[in-house]
Design a protein around this ligand. Structure first.
Ligand SMILES: NC(=O)c1ccc[n+]([C@@H]2O[C@H](COP(=O)([O-])OP(=O)(O)OC[C@H]3O[C@@H](n4cnc5c(N)ncnc54)[C@H](O)[C@@H]3O)[C@@H](O)[C@H]2O)c1
Length: 342
């Protein structure tokens, strides 16, 4: 079994690679990653020398390169994590989001069609459902909730989802889609809320919180997300969408206060900044379908997950310091010299 994991040098993709290599020692995992600012090859260092792991620096929008790799490796399954993933960046510059998130998805699926109707899984997000009002805690996103996006990021992800479903209906490509809530855990790039707050707090820097910090997100420990995707690619029903979420809704401000408390830092570090444009108020996933059909439930509570995450950032200071200094972007060159992309 050969699995292509795109975007595997990023946050969730790298956690997924570690999880899969540990669980399925006979599988070969090929990681495809362009190494954008969000990709960090040093993250994959622990598995780089595994005989059943291969890293390929490649843009999923490079049709020729993608086809050549499919031809060479003949994958059985493709799991697409590769994306531009930061909402704020999508507000500043939408175009790259359309390229990678939509065109890149289409190219991967074209390759799946061309090389033998290969099983394809799209890693999507709960953000495609838009937001829910804060005062309607009885409402949750189900797989039947209409797509209703707010940011260029979520619109690009929603477009990709529609394309994936179209490839299923039009060409019979064996696809599944998962739409997950906010993840947190090791190797999370420190521009996102939880790692940013941890890293800033450790450096005694201000903790910038959008608006009044009352926006609600449903947080899931990244390993639980990886387990859900593992289940879907092995047992999910073709053509189906699965929501993944932890029923763990929290206000941003409460998360930041927990981080201050865990690190013994004063809440006076918290500073409220101008709200993000089009900032969604509340996300909340109803994960009934994946529970009843595939038996998935989150295993890590938030209290446990946030402690593990904070401890990871304490133990892996060099990893995030290299990101802050920009040094991580030299890693590929340092390790592989001028080795060309495929
Ligand atoms: N982080 C979350 O909370 C969350 C929640 C739900 C869904 N998702 C989805 O999960 C996926 C992974 O998210 P993440 O948080 O790990 O993102 P990330 O930004 O940490 O990682 C993205 C990875 O994709 C790579 N990449 C970007 N453009 C590429 C391209 N054109 N070709 C090849 N590689 C490219 C980057 O180098 C990086 O390694 C995304 O599709 C995202 O939409 C994320």
């Amino acid at each position: 079994m050969t699995i292509f994991v795109t975007g595997g040098a990023g946050f969730i993709g790298s956690n997924f690679i570690f999880y899969m290599l540990k669980k399925y020692q006979s599988y070969k995992i090929v990681c495809i990653d362009k190494l954008t600012y969000a990709g960090n090859l040093s993250t994959l260092e622990p598995v780089m020398n595994y005989s059943n792991f291969r890293f390929v620096k490649l843009d999923i929008c490079d049709r020729k390169g993608v086809y050549e790799l499919f031809e060479e490796e003949q994958p059985d399954i493709v799991v697409n994590f590769a994306a531009e993933s930061h909402v704020d960046r999508s507000i500043k510059n939408p175009e790259i989001f359309l390229q990678t998130n939509i065109i890149g998805t289409a190219i991967l699926m074209d390759a799946c069609r061309k090389y033998g109707n290969i099983r394809y899984h799209q890693v999507s997000t709960d953000e495609v459902y838009g937001d829910l009002p804060l005062d309607r805690t009885d409402l949750f996103f189900t797989e039947n909730t209409p797509i209703h996006t707010s940011s260029p990021y979520s619109s690009s992800k929603a477009s990709a989802d529609l394309l994936v479903l179209a490839y299923y209906k039009t060409y019979g490509l064996p696809v599944t889609i998962s739409r997950c809530s906010n993840n947190y855990g090791p190797y999370h790039f420190p521009e996102k809320l939880i790692p940013l707050m941890i890293v800033n707090a450790l450096n005694n820097k201000l903790l910038p919180v959008y608006g009044e910090g009352i926006n609600v997100r449903d947080w899931l420990y990244v390993e639980d997300h990886c387990k859900a995707i593992d289940l879907i690619i092995h047992s999910g029903i073709i053509g189906e969408v699965y929501n993944i979420g932890g029923h763990n809704e929290m206000k941003n401000i409460d998360i930041v206060k927990i981080i201050c408390k865990e690190l013994g830092k004063p809440e006076s570090l918290i500073t409220f900044v101008e709200d993000r444009r089009g900032h969604d108020m509340r996300y909340a996933i109803d994960p009934t379908k994946i529970y009843t059909e595939l038996g998935w439930l989150p295993e890590t509570t938030f209290a446990e997950g946030i402690r593990k995450t904070i401890q990871w950032y304490l133990d892996n200071q060099e990893w995030w310091e290299d990101i802050i200094s920009g040094e991580y972007q030299n890693y590929y060159k340092k390790m592989y010299g001028n080795l060309e992309e495929v």
